[in-house]
Design a protein around this ligand. Structure first.
Ligand code: GDP
Ligand code: MG
Length: 633
């Protein structure tokens, strides 16, 4: 075959082909030069490879979706040309129409351009190597049953500790406050309770380092004590127990400790590992000891932050001040926040105009683990939103623009959360072999019965973990916990609180309630079957005979003929020589002449590439589909 004939087959001019062959080190002089059939075949493959490589390297970065008009500018083509191209593909578009990433990439590919989404600046900003790791103070949340004294303890600490060193500033509530002791500082979150705690966690904001579980000594462990304990444990946050109201005549510390042991919070002096402190918010007794223990726990945890990186924090409260505009309380986690920093928070951005502390003092900068109120954002974000500093105004605007765009994109799709049906897929993704369950029942007896039935169902491969259980209706706090920990909500002979129902609906969380225990067990069993490692069934697709092996720069291409069935790109394959299987792996590329194809059927010739270097003439390549079959318990 002559070069000009080969060029014609490759849809290029002889000159172009010769140029390319020179790049590939093929000694060809003129368009009349002759190449033999085998060389021609190799040339075709090499040229296709070269083209792919060139396209890959020819990167143009854009934002998706992109309009036809903008795409035309990026590709340096006339919009009409692109419209025509789309029309040929059977897509009738207008110049201002948005193209999704797939279609836009396809168009670009034809112009030998690799279209890529601009990398997210946000990710780059947040992923920095720590430069200056230093100690930071702990952030503490108080939790416990209602009326056990959370607010009183917080108020007592605040008044006694802050008032002492007060220099005239009035303390203001900004969602958190900081106290300083000789051995270090502690930040307390103002809103006690596990609901806020878990709501924050569900938003991806784990700001609490230590939980202080408040239990009144005259009342002992109550349902919400247990709930708070489960929420803290599920989040993996260490718990310190404050046994409160010890000034009361009917305070019974022993009874309280006994209760605590029952919910697996065994006090140290009872042989367990839970530190308990006896306190009174009324007299102040034991409060200093509590603070000291918090600092000891913090030391054990070696809490650190990078003081040099761009600042990152979490919103704890936000409001609109009539005179000042949006005021945002943040708890700083990393870096130093300074006046005039550009920042992004939720769907807003701004330049820090002023920073105040919890005593209304102006600050020049704010350090990790400190709360601060910030002025300068262009809107009011939500508690739990991440707050972070960016290099400049354009970056801030661009991140917000993309976030808004992402919301628009997601609007179409309902939020997906844990549903029993799709546990299988989820677990496979995460390689998780645990089904988390939140269980509520009508009375204690049935709760225990259902619990033990569920626990027995676990196998060596899958475990059922009841992360929270209780008597009574399913509450919004249960939904929150399910959201934060991706658990399944199960109710037995109980109702769902109206709020919880709406909330679950909005969050896309499924609640299952049952009246008959066997139905409950059956459903969970099905979910567990999905969790089991599936059996893989093979479906034979076809067989190809290797007629020639071409050595190319990227590996070996097997020139084959399909003898039986069909071969598909990307499917599983086996290479056999004589009676031996010598390689198992995917069919990494499949070509007909120079084109990549998805499928080649019986009787046709094709080029197959495997991740294997030693393919030989006379080998067979078998193609399979692998299908997963669910197993029964
Ligand atoms: P919270 O619901 O956990 O925030 O509980 P509060 O702090 O609102 O306290 C509930 C009630 O218990 C209030 O009337 C407090 O005055 C009272 N209280 C809180 N701590 C103590 C204490 O140590 N001793 C006594 N005697 N009463 C307390
Ligand atoms: Mg309170």
């Amino acid at each position: 075959m002559r070069i000009h004939e080969l060029a014609k087959q490759l849809e290029m001019t002889s000159k172009e082909l010769i140029e390319r062959l020179q790049k590939l080190n093929f000694p060809v002089k003129s368009h009349m030069s002759v190449v033999d059939e085998e060389s021609a075949e190799i040339i075709k493959h090499e040229i296709a490879d070269l083209e792919n490589k060139e396209i890959k390297e020819n990167v143009v970065e854009v934002d998706f979706p992109i309009t036809v008009k903008d795409l035309a500018v990026k590709l340096d083509k006339k919009p009409s040309e692109i419209l025509k191209f789309l029309l040929n593909k059977g897509k009738f578009c207008t110049i201002n129409q948005n193209l999704n990433d797939e279609l836009a990439k396809e168009v670009a590919y034809c112009y030998k351009i690799n279209l890529r989404e601009k990398p997210l600046k946000e990710e780059q900003i947040l992923a920095v190597e720590p430069k200056d790791l230093r100690k930071r103070g702990p952030v503490v949340t108080l939790m416990g049953h209602i009326d056990h004294g959370k607010t009183s303890i917080l108020d007592h600490i605040r008044k006694s500790r802050i008032a002492q060193k007060e220099t005239g500033g009035i303390t203001q509530h900004i969602g958190a406050y900081r106290i300083e002791l000789d051995k270090g500082g502690i930040t307390f979150l103002d809103t006690p309770g596990h609901e806020t705690f878990t709501a924050m966690r569900a938003r991806g904001a784990n700001i609490t380092d230590i939980v202080v579980l408040v239990v009144a000594a005259d009342d002992g462990v109550k349902p919400q004590t247990q709930e708070a304990c489960d929420h803290a444990k599920e989040a993996g946050v260490p718990i310190i127990v404050a046994i409160n109201k010890i000034d009361k005549s009917n305070a019974d510390v022993d009874m309280t400790k006994q209760h605590l042991s029952k919910i697996k919070l065994v006090p140290e002096d009872w042989g367990g590992d839970i530190v308990t402190v006896k306190v009174s918010a009324k007299t102040g007794e034991g409060i200093d000891e509590l603070l000291e223990i918090i600092l000891i726990q913090a030391d054990l945890m070696e809490l650190k932050a990078d003081y040099l990186r761009p600042a990152v924090g979490v919103v704890v409260e936000a409001r609109l001040s009539k005179g000042k505009g949006p005021l945002v309380s943040v708890l700083l986690q990393e870096g130093k926040l300074k006046k005039a920093d550009f920042c992004v928070c939720g769907l807003y951005w701004g330049r820090v105009k002023a920073i105040y502390d919890d005593r209304n003092n102006f600050l020049v900068e704010c350090l990790p683990s400190y709360p601060a109120e910030i002025l300068g954002l262009n809107g009011v974000p939500n508690p739990g939103d991440k707050f972070f500093v960016v290099p400049d105004e354009n970056t801030a605007k661009e991140i917000v623009r993309r976030r808004k765009q992402e919301i628009e994109r997601k609007k179409v799709v309902a939020p997906v959360h844990m549903k029993l049906e799709d546990l299988y897929a989820k677990v496979k993704e995460d390689k998780l072999k645990k089904l988390k369950v939140i269980l509520k029942a009508d009375v204690g007896g049935t709760l225990e019965a259902v619990e033990s039935a569920l626990e027995k169902m676990g196998t060596s491969e899958v475990k059922i973990e009841i992360i929270h259980k209780g008597v009574g209706s399913l509450l919004s706090s249960d939904v929150l916990l399910a959201e934060a920990s991706d658990a399944v909500l199960v109710g037995f002979k109980v109702g769902i609180e109206a709020n919880a129902r709406d909330f679950a609906k909005a969050k896309g969380i499924e609640i299952r309630t049952y009246q008959i225990v066997y139905e409950l067990i059956d459903d969970i069993k099905l979910a567990l079957e999905g969790l089991l490692t599936p059996v893989i069934k093979r479906i034979f697709l076809g067989r190809a005979l290797v007629k020639k092996a071409f050595k190319l720069s990227r590996g070996i291409v097997a020139g084959c003929v399909v003898e039986k069935g069909k071969i598909q790109r990307g499917v599983h394959s086996e290479l056999t020589r004589g009676k031996d299987v010598i390689f198992k792996g995917k069919i990494s590329s499949l070509k007909r002449f120079k084109d990549d194809v998805k499928e080649v059927v019986e009787g046709m010739e094709c080029g197959i590439t495997l991740d294997y270097k030693d393919v030989m003439e006379g080998d067979y390549i078998d193609a399979f589909l692998e299908e997963t079959v669910e197993r029964k318990l």
